[in-house]
Write a protein that binds this ligand. Structure first.
Ligand code: BES
Ligand code: MN
Ligand code: ZN
Length: 508
């Protein structure tokens, strides 16, 4: 999908989309300057169509006028934005995403006029750029394995956004599109089947960020053995595909090399449950159990792509969890790189084992003050939140929680904080090792998982754990995220880096 920006003139042919605001009191469509000019040209065709159809310009509502008289235009689409008082950057992203769905199968290219909209805290160029980013995200497809195209219907390939200061819009879009590229990369990694996206392949994909100036280190199984990472290695022991650990560093502040924060991702390329085998139903979704790692790779790409003035490290632990004669078994005890021992009661609670060693390495190598891990950790998130509503947030720091929650709200990746009281910590004490990888009682699996991870966080380090189980993929699709991989977390962490690290740095 090509997104272009051009100066605002009403096009003479093709498809044109015009954003229309809703009047606050009367709750009806209010035509802006450009729409009025076009209406006149059409002999009142637009206002008549609005009247007849009762189009009220509520958000996402559309009115399509096909082959309007007195012009060579093939169609005019009026796209409601709702009240401009309520519209935010996120609103325009969602409108842009929705737009691609409206136009797809109808036309290969279209124009979109945004200048009829006045929003208090948003310049026209920002509106234009956000529409563009939303369109890019919404138009995402993963169809590389389809050898035949479905039908002959036209596929939307180009959206030209028309605005007075097109160059300024383009400059603003340049940054946003880098973040979108990180999202698209993460989606591609998650959507790939696990026979392709093995731990080695995932590590290679991360290593490609070298081209953007990200410093990369890949640990193979021998190096991990030397460091004593029995937990991470244990998860991969049943698989024909060996595990990897990747450390990435984006040194955006040229003045120093200290990491402001470190993002750590769970990269289980397929989670069969291991010897504690999962039921067959829906097991195919477990190719997405590396979504946390994909998000970390995606956000590193976004930060490097937009040359963010932050120092951020990313660490991913990646392995395939399979049952076999060499697999780790329930009751086995492993020693993590930190020295702490774990009794593995359930081989399906493997994510926390991977994260235990990845967190240790992240802290040893980068010594960050703040660490955020992201993982498809517990199926309990579905019970807690329902499908695709929130990701679970667990943290030892109120400020960090608030910052992450705010960042999530801003970009439409919502977090809800769940308890981390110490009573839950006792549940993972083990009679034979330092801890066990699940509780003895049922329930609160998200919190119990978080408490396990917390045991590997060094004293004084601000830590948050984001559980993206059930939100990392999406069976239905939304305006900004078509079916399956959502890459939930890339925009959240990018926005956190921008608002709470980059801005602080600028102030100093
Ligand atoms: N990868 C799963 C969690 C998951 C389930 C993610 C469904 C997305 C959708 C994780 O490794 C797992 O199996 N967790 C177990 C832990 C339990 C055995 C303590 C769970 O949540 O059931
Ligand atoms: Mn599992
Ligand atoms: Zn898992």
């Amino acid at each position: 999908m090509q997104i272009q920006f051009s100066k605002n003139t009403i096009p003479s042919n093709g498809t044109v989309v015009i954003l229309i605001a809703q009047e606050a009191k009367a709750k009806k469509a209010s035509l802006g300057k450009i729409a009025k000019v076009l209406d006149k040209k059409l002999g009142g065709g637009i206002s008549k169509a609005i009247k007849t159809s009762r189009f009220d310009a509520a958000q996402d509502k559309i009115l399509e006028i096909i082959a309007p008289a007195n012009t060579k235009l093939s169609r005019i689409v009026l796209l409601g934005i709702g009240s401009p008082l309520k519209a935010t950057a996120q609103t325009f992203k969602e409108l842009g995403g929705g737009l691609t769905k409206i136009l797809n199968n109808k036309t290969e290219n279209a124009f979109c006029i945004v200048d009829d909209i006045d929003v208090k805290d948003l310049h026209k160029e920002e509106i234009a750029a956000n529409i563009g980013m939303g369109a890019l995200l919404g138009a995402y497809k993963f169809d590389k394995y389809k050898t035949k195209k479905k039908d002959e219907k036209p596929e939307l390939k180009e959206l030209v956004i028309l605005t007075e200061k097109a160059d300024k819009a383009k400059a603003h879009y340049a940054t946003l599109s880098k973040v979108a590229e990180g999202v698209l990369l993460a989606r591609d990694l998650v959507n790939e089947p696990s026979n392709v996206m093995t731990p080695i392949k995932l590590a290679n994909e991360a290593a490609k960020l070298k081209a953007l100036g990200v410093v990369i280190e890949v640990l193979d199984e021998k190096k991990m053995q030397k460091l004593g990472m029995e937990a991470l290695l244990g998860v991969g022991k049943g698989s024909a595909h060996p595990p990897r650990l990747v450390a990435m560093f984006w040194n955006g502040k040229k003045t120093n090399k200290k990491a402001d924060a470190c993002f750590v991702g769970k990269g289980v390329t397929f989670d069969s449950g291991g010897i504690s085998l999962k039921p067959g139903n829906n097991m195919e979704a477990m190719k997405g159990d590396m979504a946390g790692a994909a998000v970390v790779i995606g956000v590193m790409k976004a930060l490097a792509g937009r040359k963010a003035k932050v120092n951020i490290a990313g660490v991913i632990g990646t392995a395939e969890n399979m049952p076999s004669g060499t697999a780790i078994k329930p009751g086995d005890v492993v020693k993590t790189a930190s020295g702490k021992t774990v009794a593995v009661l359930n081989t399906d609670a493997e994510g926390r084992l991977v994260l235990a060693d990845a967190l240790w390495y992240a802290q040893k190598k980068f010594k960050p003050d703040c660490i955020i891990d992201i993982a498809t950790l517990t199926g309990g998130m579905l019970t807690t939140f329902g499908n695709n509503m929130y990701a679970g947030l667990f943290s030892n720091d109120d400020t960090l929680s608030e910052e992450l929650t705010n960042s999530g709200k801003k970009v439409g990746e919502k977090l809800w904080r769940l308890p981390t009281d110490d009573v839950y910590d006792k549940m993972i004490d083990s009679p034979i090792a330092d801890m066990q990888n699940m509780g003895n009682a049922r329930g609160a699996s998200g919190t119990v998982g978080a408490k396990f991870i917390e045991r590997f966080v060094d004293k004084g380090v601000k830590w948050a754990h984001v559980d993206i189980a059930e939100i990392a993929w999406n069976e239905k699709g939304t305006a900004l995220s078509p079916k399956w991989a959502t890459a939930f977390g890339v925009r959240l962490l990018d926005s956190f880096a921008a608002d709470y690290i980059e801005k602080k740095h600028k102030k100093k």
